[in-house]
Design a binder for this molecule. Structure first.
Ligand code: PBG
Length: 326
């Protein structure tokens, strides 16, 4: 035989060899753990549509996050379930709001050992469930920007390291940056939910935080999934407005967008593997149809391989022990 066989399997022979050559590796320090804080809860409330996930009372948030930190997690993102909702979502920027209280407790306990992110949006706080102020059945972009400024500043005042506007209002990054700087928080970063799609994968989250819109949909402000160029435009605008990081959300059905994001922009790219992705894996695993641990590690690796620097995932706390088992 004139040409030798190319034996690709030589480098796959042993686990040590495979490990040595694995370029894309999941590490808990690149994961962000979402935490749901419930102002009314006295004990953790299990979320039926997100098996093994809970809404925590403010008093128990520190304990829950301690467990995550023990699992190598260095970052959390907080979502609030307030006791009071109104038309303008005013409890989203209350000094004693549910997220603000939780941030204060976490900052006191963990100081700079933990990155505290806060989702800045109104949908969990408004009676109509939309991400902005509603007038005559429409979500009003510019009126909402002023509220988002208050939300971001109140979160920064409480001690958030990063605010993450997720309402897909035009100009939200610029307005929030200005407000943070004016209030003396020029060191607080913005992680923009830039490429956020109007996705059916958010269903379980909306049930978990009781934020489903009471009328219409979010399609007039979140992106449609058929047009990748629009995502590039959104990301470009956010970077120009001063976003320190950009996000692609959901993750699994949008790996191409993540790849584009990483190739086009020189800022960290976050991926949000959302509630529906979590629920799908859990449902199949609970039926014994897939191996949860193996599937999650494969999926997270794919999300990283596509270009994300950090991943928000409801599996964050499990990863360390799973990695040690493979
Ligand atoms: C708030 C917000 C949503 C999610 C994160 N922030 C809901 C939505 O936009 O409808 C979804 C997260 C998930 O599904 O895990 N705007």
């Amino acid at each position: 035989m004139s040409f030798p066989l190319v034996r690709m399997r030589r480098l796959r022979r042993t686990a040590a060899m495979r490990n040595m050559l694995q370029r894309v590796k999941i590490h808990p320090s690149n994961l962000v753990c979402p935490i749901f804080v419930d102002e009314n809860a006295k004990v953790p409330i299990s979320i039926t549509v997100m098996p093994d996930y809970y809404r925590f009372p403010i008093q128990q948030v520190v304990d829950e996050v301690k467990q995550a930190v023990e699992q190598g997690i260095k970052a959390v993102i907080l979502f609030g379930v307030p006791s009071k909702k109104d038309e303008t979502g005013s409890s989203a920027f209350a000094e004693d709001g549910v997220v603000q209280e939780a941030i204060r407790k976490l900052k006191k306990e963990f100081s700079d050992e933990l990155v505290i992110m806060a989702d800045a949006c109104l949908c969990e706080y408004t009676t109509h469930g939309h991400c902005g102020i509603v007038k005559n059945g429409e979500v009003m972009n510019d009126l909402t920007l002023e509220i988002l400024q208050k939300v971001a500043v109140s979160q920064a005042q409480a001690g958030a390291d990063i605010v993450a506007p997720s309402g897909m209002m035009d100009g939200q990054v610029r307005f929030i940056r200005e407000a943070l700087d004016d209030a003396g928080f020029d060191e607080v970063a913005i992680m923009a939910y830039s490429a956020k799609y109007a996705s059916s994968f958010y269903g379980p989250f909306r049930e978990a935080t009781e934020c489903a819109p009471k009328f219409g949909s979010r399609k007039s402000y979140q992106m449609g999934y058929g047009n990748p160029n629009e995502a590039l435009r959104e990301m470009e605008i956010d970077v120009n407005e001063g976003a320190d990081m950009i996000m692609v959300k959901p993750a699994l059905a949008y790996l191409d967008i993540m790849y584009l994001a990483k190739s086009k922009f020189n800022v960290p790219v976050a991926a949000y593997s959302v509630s529906g992705e979590y629920a799908m894996v859990k449902a199949a695993a609970k039926n014994g149809w897939i191996d949860e641990k193996a599937v999650v590690l494969e999926l997270l690796t794919a999300i990283k391989r596509a270009g994300s620097d950090l991943i928000i995932t409801y599996f964050a706390k499990d990863v360390k022990s799973w990695l040690s088992q493979i």
